[in-house]
Every structure is written in structure tokens, then in C-alpha cells.
Design a protein around this ligand. Structure first.
Ligand SMILES: NC(=O)C1=CN([C@@H]2O[C@H](COP(=O)(O)OP(=O)(O)OC[C@H]3O[C@@H](n4cnc5c(N)ncnc54)[C@H](OP(=O)(O)O)[C@@H]3O)[C@@H](O)[C@H]2O)[C@@H](O)CC1
Ligand SMILES: [K+]
Length: 496
């Protein structure tokens, strides 16, 4: 399980390590040493390196790296933002060990360098950069040389992934102990370049005191919760997913979802749709079954069979009171529910009704899968814009709704009402194509049908969906995803 630490939690980790007997100076020597190691991979002896140090401990890491790089034969020029006398604590100590000149930044420092080390600001960034700091950042970005950022690109908030002012555009970022959410959340992820993590002598044990609630979405987070068919099992023991579909001319979305649910491992999958649309569905389906549901009462009849233990509503269903009434029927009872697309938008003006229906049945999993537009419509634009980060927006929505919220995008966040959250990085830009959201909703309902718990069902589905897309790359269309899933699932089953 890979935890993500807010800058505050990282400060706690540093403090706990120091209380545990590792000095701050040892941590800084290890951090600066790791920076130097990364810098050496990008340069050869004799190459010129510019190291830009800020007034805090991030700058301290820069001083350590400078010393180590000179020892390794690099030609180092070091600039300090602020005065040497202004340095405090460990940063002052390591600055004292630096025997070279300490310059004031000038643009010519960047001429012909093989690497710029950005050690201006890290976890202590307290406000947007302005004045001299802002002009240094502009000069670094303008120079177009490779940049190695220490901890985070200066100007980026490691907790939120946002920059309120100027920010360094790094080629590579090295952070310490654990990544921070801002390394995965956009725009942070694209500003960091390649991210590596260095161990600096903080023991894993500190996590037991910190209890981080945000994680990288990767198999270690949910692998043990996945359901695999047992030798003595049968299709009914793998669950029965129901996808509620609409009119025939909108049957593509429910069909994509149903196929994905079957691939995800649901034992049976049925699409419920109006009688007049059934021939259209039937002409394109084989293993997926059909049931007639002309209206909410009809859906109630279909759901009278309690073996249908997970239901998806939304893809191709249409926005309006009819869809809201279908959702209401599906939400009566204990089965797991996924609400996507039109099923979310149908509650735009009456979100409290939806949240009350979700709350009415404790212990049942409801997963909501909005993209940012649907999220703003359901939870209010301010939930998105006023939250400090996308992660916090998803958490706030999960708390308000009592559901697991999958806030989709290139940096999809899965958040549970209990505060647990996972940020996804297993993705592909080629997923930005029609129908992929329907496939994701289908994978989630397929996982839920097999009895996988809501948070794990959603997080694993997001990962499987991204991994399938990554296998194809250019040319991907949503119809391809189903056929790509077995390879991804085989890898998970084998534990790789
Ligand atoms: N023991 C440890 O903790 C370890 C920490 N490590 C390293 O330390 C880093 C965190 O160090 P840090 O806490 O000193 O913060 P840092 O990012 O250097 O900046 C603080 C300084 O910047 C200033 N400042 C802030 N915003 C500003 C702005 N907009 N414009 C101008 N100034 C601004 C702020 O001034 P103030 O706000 O007080 O006026 C203060 O002087 C962390 O990222 C990692 O690299 C590693 O060595 C491992 C051990
Ligand atoms: K930095």
C-alpha cells in the first residue's frame, strides 16, 4: 500500500523520525545525498550544474547536493535566495559545510548547464511566489534546461497539486519517504515530470501514528479484496449485475457497460430496458441477458429477484424525472448501486433527495461516478472550486452523499464517506473517447456483483480500466476495452 502524505503529515513524519533518534541533520544529509545521486544520473563529471537554494530546509537539501556534486566532479554554481545569515537550523549547518561561493541568482548561471537543481521552496511554501522568487522561476522555465526539483517544483503546493502563482516546470522531481498528493493530482503531476522517492532514514513505523488517509490507486490497496471464482463455485456465486438501459437508439452505452460487467467477472449480467427497445438490444447481445422494464414499476418487478445484487443506472438512460424514479426504485433494498451519467444529472436540482435515499439503507454500497461537469451539477460548482484540491472535493462529496465518489479525469480520485481516498495514475490519455465512462461504470458494477466492497470495487475498476487502455494506446476506442481486460485481470490474478 503506498500512502500519500500531505505536507503537514510529512512534517509529522520528520518530527517522529527525529524523536526516534534520527537527527534533522541526518535526514537533510540523506535527502541532499539522494538529490545529488539523481543529478549524477543526468550529468557526467565536468558538466555544469546550477543549484538554486531557498531560505528554508529545501535550500538546505540544495547545499548538501552541491557539496556532494562537487565531490563527484561536477562544476557547481550555487545561488541563494536571501542571505546566508538568514539561514536557520540544519540549513545553516549544511550551508557552513559548503566551501564554494554563494551567489545571488543571475540568468547567466543557467547558460550551458547540464542541469538546474530547484531547491528554492518545498513543503514550507506559505504563499504564492512573487518578487525575486517569481523572476527566478520565470528565468528557469525560460532557459529550457533540464530541471531536477527537490521535493516539489517550487511554487507547487504538495498537498493540493495546485500552484497559486509562478511554478517551476520540472523535468524530474525527487521527493522523500512518500509521495504527496500534489505529485499525482493535476496540474502538479505534469509540472513534476518523472517522480522518484528516496528513503532518507524515516521508518515505516511512523505511519502507524500518522494514519494517512490518501493512497496511490494501485493493486496493493485492493488486491486482497478482489473476488476470484472458486473451483466449487457456479455462475450464481459470482453475482448477477443488472444494467438499466433506455431507448434502443441509446442502447450503446448500457451494452458497453453490461459487457464490461461480464468481463469484470459477474456471473450473470442482465440489461433491463423498455419492451419496444428489446429487439435492438437483442440484435447486439449474446451472453448478456435481457429483461423488460418499461417504467419504475417494471424495474421493481425485475428487482424482485434478490439474486440481482448490483445495479447500474445512468448510461443512455436520459435525464429527467423518469430516470430519477428508476433510481428511487433501485435504491430500495440492500443491493449495491452504481449511479453514472444521466442518473446523476437527474438529481441536479434535488440532490438532498438522493442523499436521503442513500442514507436510508446503512451498510449498502452506493458508488457515484461523475466527471467534473456532472460533479458540479450534482454537488454544486462550489464544492469543486472552493475545495483546496480535487481530492478534498471528492472527499467532501463522499461525506455529503454517503456514497463512494469516483471523480473522473486524468487524475481520477476515489473517495469514501470515511475519508479514505485513492488517487489514480494508471491511466492513458487515449481514454478520452466516447463510451469509456460507460465501460468504467460496468466494471464497477461487475465488481460489486461479486461482493467486492464499494471502495475497493471502485478503485480496482478505475485501475483495471486504465491498465486496459494503457495496453492499447493510440487508436483505442471504448469497444476495445472489453477485449483488453482479460490480460489485465490475468496479471492481477497472478499477483503481478
Ligand atoms: N527535518 C525536515 O523537516 C526535513 C526537511 N527536508 C526538506 O525541507 C523542506 C521543507 O523545509 P521548510 O519547512 O524549511 O520549508 P521550505 O520549503 O524550505 O520553505 C520555507 C522557507 O520559505 C519561505 N517562504 C515560504 N513561502 C514563500 C514565498 N511564497 N515567498 C518567499 N518565501 C517563502 C519561508 O519563509 P516564511 O514563510 O517563514 O516567511 C521559509 O523561510 C522539504 O520540502 C524538504 O525539501 C529534508 O531535508 C528532510 C528533512
Ligand atoms: K523545490
Amino acid at each position: 500500500m503506498i500512502e500519500l502524505l500531505t505536507t503537514q503529515e510529512m512534517g509529522q513524519a520528520d518530527r517522529l523520525a527525529i524523536e526516534g533518534g534520527t537527527s534533522g541533520l541526518q535526514l537533510m544529509e540523506a535527502a541532499g545525498g539522494a538529490v545529488a545521486e539523481r543529478a549524477m544520473r543526468r550529468t557526467a563529471p565536468g558538466d555544469r550544474v546550477a543549484i538554486l537554494c531557498g531560505p528554508g530546509n529545501n535550500g538546505g537539501d540544495g547545499f548538501v547536493a552541491a557539496r556532494r556534486l562537487v565531490e563527484a566532479g561536477r562544476q557547481v554554481r550555487l545561488a541563494l535566495l536571501g542571505s546566508r545569515e538568514g539561514l536557520r537550523g540544519d540549513a545553516a549547518t549544511v550551508a557552513g559545510l559548503w566551501e564554494g561561493p554563494v551567489e545571488r541568482f543571475s540568468v547567466d548561471m543557467l547558460d550551458g548547464v547540464g542541469l538546474v537543481v530547484d531547491a528554492l521552496f518545498g513543503a514550507g511554501l506559505a504563499r504564492p511566489l512573487d518578487g525575486e522568487a517569481a523572476s527566478i522561476v520565470a528565468a528557469v522555465n525560460e532557459a529550457g534546461r533540464p530541471v531536477l526539483a527537490v521535493d516539489v517544483p517550487s511554487g507547487l503546493d504538495g498537498t493540493t497539486g495546485r500552484a497559486q502563482g509562478p511554478v517551476v516546470r520540472a523535468t524530474e522531481t525527487i521527493t522523500f519517504f512518500r509521495r504527496k498528493p500534489g505529485h499525482l493530482l493535476l496540474p502538479g503531476r505534469s509540472l513534476c515530470g518523472e517522480v522518484s522517492v528516496a528513503e532518507i532514514g524515516i521508518s515505516q513505523g511512523v505511519l502507524g501514528a500518522i494514519l494517512p488517509q490518501a493512497f496511490v490507486n494501485e493493486p496493493a490497496l485492493w488486491r486482497s479484496a478482489l473476488a476470484w471464482p472458486q473451483p466449487d463455485g457456479h455462475k450464481y456465486s459470482r453475482g448477477h449485475a443488472l444494467v438499466v438501459g433506455g431507448e434502443g437508439w441509446k442502447s450503446g452505452a448500457p451494452r458497453l457497460a453490461a459487457g464490461a460487467a461480464l468481463r469484470a467477472g459477474a456471473g450473470l449480467v442482465t440489461i433491463a430496458a423498455p419492451f419496444r427497445a428489446l429487439p435492438i438490444y437483442a440484435s447486439q447481445l449474446t451472453a448478456v441477458m435481457l429483461a423488460e422494464a418499461n417504467n419504475p414499476d417494471g424495474l421493481g418487478d425485475v428487482l424482485a429477484d434478490e439474486r440481482k445484487n448490483a445495479v447500474l443506472l445512468g448510461p443512455g438512460l436520459g435525464v429527467g424525472a423518469g430516470t430519477a424514479a428508476m433510481v428511487k426504485v433501485a435504491l430500495c433494498g440492500r443491493r449495491a448501486i452504481v449511479l453514472d451519467a444521466d442518473a446523476l444529472t437527474s438529481f441536479e436540482a434535488r440532490r438532498e433527495d438522493l442523499f436521503a435515499m442513500i442514507a436510508a439503507e446503512a451498510g449498502r454500497d452506493v458508488v457515484l461516478t461523475p466527471h467534473e461537469g456532472e460533479f458540479a451539477r450534482l454537488f454544486g460548482k462550489e464544492t469543486l472550486t472552493e475545495a483546496p484540491s480535487k481530492l478534498e472535493a471528492a472527499r467532501a462529496a463522499a461525506r455529503a452523499s454517503g456514497a463512494i465518489v469516483v471523480l473522473k479525469g486524468s487524475d481520477t480520485v476515489v473517495a469514501g464517506p470515511d475519508g479514505r481516498a485513492a488517487v489514480n495514475e494508471m491511466s492513458s490519455p487515449f481514454l478520452a473517447t466516447a463510451g469509456t465512462g460507460d465501460v468504467l461504470a460496468g466494471i464497477i458494477v461487475g465488481q460489486l456483483a461479486q461482493g467486492v466492497a464499494g471502495f475497493e470495487a471502485a478503485a480496482s475498476a478505475v485501475w483495471i480500466h486504465g491498465a486496459a487502455a494503457a495496453r492499447r494506446g493510440p487508436g483505442l476506442i471504448s469497444e476495445d476495452l472489453q477485449a483488453l481486460m482479460p490480460g489485465v485481470l490475468a496479471g492481477l490474478a497472478a499477483g503481478v
